[in-house]
Design a protein around this ligand. Structure first.
Ligand SMILES: [Fe+2]
Length: 344
């Protein structure tokens, strides 16, 4: 073992009790010997139990119908999520305001992120009202099993199937080993040809077949050729999904003003797009320490910090790039309209 690896070992051991997920970067989490003794599978099972307990305490945040849908399928889909007038005002703000944007290129897809800081939201009151609304916050917090502030950005996926390698997000994957929520309030219609989000119903729950598959993966994941897989975001083939006992995936071609909230511990993907497309959505993500028994609040709910998760993450990534000398994966590309063509 390299001396640097030995020095890191105590920290990597502590990380077992956190949301750390990389089999490649953490020698403890990625250890085939420990995983043969059940480390990974125990983390998966314990995280699920703790999330269930936290969610039970957050029942009031979602209606009985939404809770039932989520419990069974792992997602909640709501058409006409915003009242017509508010949706029209949000669309107007998003389609006409230039925002400072970041872009990430993955294969033939460019994802644009626009950080919605409290300063940006002062200029876009309808967006601010939507983000603070009970439906958006309630469903995110219920699905994410944490009554804490989600990270919110404007999210544009620009695909051009004729250009470059395939988009890696078109492979079915689980984001991490524990329950975690993401949502998209679609601001434009998404048709099948545009490469909609798709989700394997019920795959947020462990089946005996899934746990067996998780165990098998945990023995070899650190050496896996796919960097996302070895990083702890496991990829699964359709045959493997069937063997786990899950049904076929459901695609979400949606009308504008549809809110889709999903536990992305369940398997999901972007369907490959059949034509150049622009998917425009208000996006949120909520991922907390899976072993924290408390459902909230957390430090990011303090006045002055609330609503700044995305901004702080931007600052952290910029500092990390400066220190390591590596390029940022999501660099700033200047001020653009949310749905304008890709800059990168
Ligand atoms: Fe994902």
């Amino acid at each position: 073992m390299h001396p640097k690896d030995i020095a890191l070992l105590p920290f990597q051991t502590l990380a077992v009790a956190s949301g750390s997920k990389s089999f490649r970067h953490n020698r403890v989490i990625g250890s085939p010997a420990l995983n043969r003794r059940g480390l990974h599978v125990q983390r998966v099972k314990l995280a699920e139990q703790i999330a269930d307990a936290r969610r039970r305490r957050l029942r009031r945040l979602a209606s009985p119908e939404h809770r039932e849908m989520f419990g069974e399928l792992g997602y909640i889909s709501v058409e006409n999520a915003l009242p017509d007038e508010l949706f029209a005002a949000v669309t107007e703000e998003v389609e006409t305001t230039p925002f400072p944007a970041r872009e990430m290129k993955q294969g033939n897809a460019v994802t644009r992120f626009i950080t919605l800081s409290p300063e940006v939201l002062r200029k876009t009151p309808a967006l601010a009202q939507t983000i603070r609304g009970d439906l958006f916050q309630g469903l995110m917090r219920y699905a994410g099993a944490s009554n804490t502030d989600p990270l919110v950005t404007l999210h544009t996926v620009l695909t051009n199937p004729g250009k470059g390698r395939p988009d890696p997000q078109t492979a079915f994957h689980s984001d991490t080993f524990h329950p975690t929520s993401k949502c998209w309030l679609f601001l434009r219609e998404v048709e099948m040809e545009d490469g909609p989000f798709s989700y394997v119903p019920g795959s947020h729950r462990m089946t005996p077949g899934r746990l067996e598959w998780e165990y098998e993966q945990s023995l070899t994941a650190r050496e896996h050729v796919n960097g996302h897989h070895s990083g702890g975001s496991f990829r699964a083939s359709e045959d493997e999904l069937r063997a786990m006992g899950y049904p076929a995936a459901v695609p979400f071609p949606v009308k504008a003003n549809t809110l889709v909230v999903a536990d992305t511990h369940g398997f999901h993907a972007r369907q490959p797009s059949a034509r150049p497309s622009t998917r425009l959505a208000l996006y949120a993500s909520l991922r907390v320490n899976p072993f924290n028994p408390l459902a909230g609040p957390d430090i990011m709910d303090l006045p002055g910090l609330r609503g700044r998760k995305a901004q702080l993450l931007d600052m952290y990534r910029a500092a990390e790039a400066r220190i390591s000398g590596k390029k940022e994966s999501q660099p700033l590309v200047g001020e653009v309209l949310a749905a304008s063509p890709a800059v990168r």
